[in-house]
Design a protein around this ligand. Structure first.
Ligand code: ACO
Length: 429
């Protein structure tokens, strides 16, 4: 039975269709509201606005549930690989052994990037933040694969651009790091799996033997899976909205990388370590920093805390916290900021300010500690997030394309000056 909602405005009642998702979430469809009533809805930050119907990721922020294509994140993080999860997100089902082998083979055979892209890389000073370099190199693919600009390109070409995106991302990511060091870049070793290949490009030095530590590769595999999609967040919405103008997949994902960079989004993982280090250097006075976070006259926020959607706990943070203990123990790393992070969490979770506002550690709170233990520098943390989020961006871009969604174009309520006459310059006060 179809449901409707009623809206009363200026003495008139409007009936609006109600949409129900497979997990019983409810939306009021306002698609014809303006046409019928002249009114629009206003929702700063899209806190209550559904921008699309999607079959990729389900999350319930109150219950702390996250599922990719119906599979629980906890199970995928434990049993799957990043390539398999990428296939699942993008194509909607777990691959058969043969499908996975073919997918993995296709990725392996596209890991090299055009040598001229290295010239673009060489143009960046070593002070360049790797996220800016990554976004630029990713977008530069539009120049090397101009067929990606054709909005009507075939599904085969779309598949190729998906494979190229997944294959070249670790190469771009590792090269952005080498650029910051001023070191020569490493080329991909296609004998290795996805995560090991990336690690070797990151850490191998000329003339030295480099063996990938399987503990490190496995920890990275898990972190990438946990970051792989998160429905309509800031960067994913950016990818969909840029893609809705029929821009190339490379341009759309490059825009997503830029959106992720901000400290309120993916950039928070870098900020968390900076914050924990500052607390440590300041003598480890947790109460003082908790009070700073609560003080409305102080711009400081507890980085890695709070989430737009999760208001109970972030399931990814739970897995990562457990993993942090395990990885550090296996690698024999003792990081004093892990103790500070745990203490900070403990104190914050008992404090009325954080309890009332439902502020809990998010995915970024413990991930930086693992990245650090894996030997990754702080500037690379958000790049790691981008590598993980890539299959999600691709899946969302593809869904938007397959569903032939209209161009994204929000409206506004204008609050500026009304019509007024132009004033000649010598008559202005
Ligand atoms: N520290 C202190 N206070 C906070 C924090 C925090 N980390 N987060 C939210 N609050 C407070 C706000 O000041 C506000 O208080 P008020 O009601 O008294 O004004 C209230 O909690 C609600 O916060 P909003 O900013 O309105 O919540 P919103 O949903 O818009 O923001 C966000 C969510 C951006 C994640 C926010 O919690 C934040 O800035 N956290 C720190 C940055 C961070 O960790 N970002 C990563 C998010 S996860 C991700 O993108 C992968």
């Amino acid at each position: 039975m179809s449901k409707t909602a009623e809206l009363k405005l200026n003495g008139q009642t409007y009936e609006l269709p109600v949409i129900e998702g497979t997990e019983k979430e409810i939306a009021i469809d306002i698609g014809e509201l303006r046409e019928k009533s002249g009114a629009i809805t206003l929702d700063l930050g899209y806190k209550n606005t559904g921008a699309t119907k999607s079959a990729i990721t389900f999350l319930d922020g109150d219950q702390g549930i996250l599922r990719y294509r119906g599979y629980a994140i906890e199970e995928l993080a434990e049993k799957s690989t990043f390539e398999e999860v990428s296939y699942l997100l993008i194509f909607g089902k777990l691959p058969t052994r043969q499908e996975l082998e073919e997918f993995s083979y296709d990725i392996r055979t596209h890991t090299l990037v055009h040598e001229d892209i290295k010239k673009i890389l060489d143009g960046f000073p070593s002070t360049a933040h790797p996220m800016g370099v990554l976004a630029s190199l990713f977008c530069a693919q539009t120049a090397f694969y101009p067929e990606s600009l054709d909005p009507n390109r075939s599904d085969e070409l779309v598949y190729l651009s998906i494979i190229r995106s997944l294959a070249k991302m670790p190469t771009f990511a590792a090269w952005s790091y080498k650029n910051a060091l001023g070191h020569p870049v490493n080329y991909p070793d296609n004998e290795l799996d996805y995560c090991s290949r990336f690690l070797k490009m990151m850490f191998a030095l000329p003339g030295q033997r480099y063996e990938v530590d399987p503990v490190v590769a496995q920890a990275l595999n898990q972190l990438l899976i946990l970051h792989a999609d998160h429905e309509q967040n800031c960067s994913t919405s950016t990818v969909r909205i840029v893609g809705s103008s029929r821009a190339s997949i490379y341009a759309s994902i490059s825009a997503g990388i830029n959106a992720l960079w901000g400290p309120l989004h993916g950039g928070a993982n870098q900020e968390v370590i900076v914050m924990l280090e500052n607390i440590r250097k300041d003598g480890g006075n947790i109460e003082k920093w908790i009070n700073k976070a609560k003080d409305k006259n102080d711009p400081f926020r507890l980085m890695g805390f709070g989430h737009r959607v999760y208001k109970n706990f972030d399931p990814r943070a739970k897995i990562i916290k457990r993993a942090a203990d395990g990885v550090l123990a296996k690698l024999g790393v003792k990081d004093p900021v892990l103790d500070i992070a745990k203490k900070l969490e403990e104190v914050a979770l008992q404090d009325d300010y954080f309890v009332e506002r439902k502020l809990y550690p998010n995915v970024d709170f413990y991930s930086g500690i693992i990245y650090r233990a894996l030997g990754l520098p702080v500037d690379m943390f958000t790049v790691m997030f981008a590598m993980g989020r890539l299959p999600g961006w691709i899946a969302q871009w593809k869904e938007m394309r397959d569903n032939k969604e209209p161009i994204g174009r929000p409206r506004q309520i204008y609050v500026g000056e009304r019509l007024r006459p132009y004033v000649p310059i010598d008559q202005r006060g």
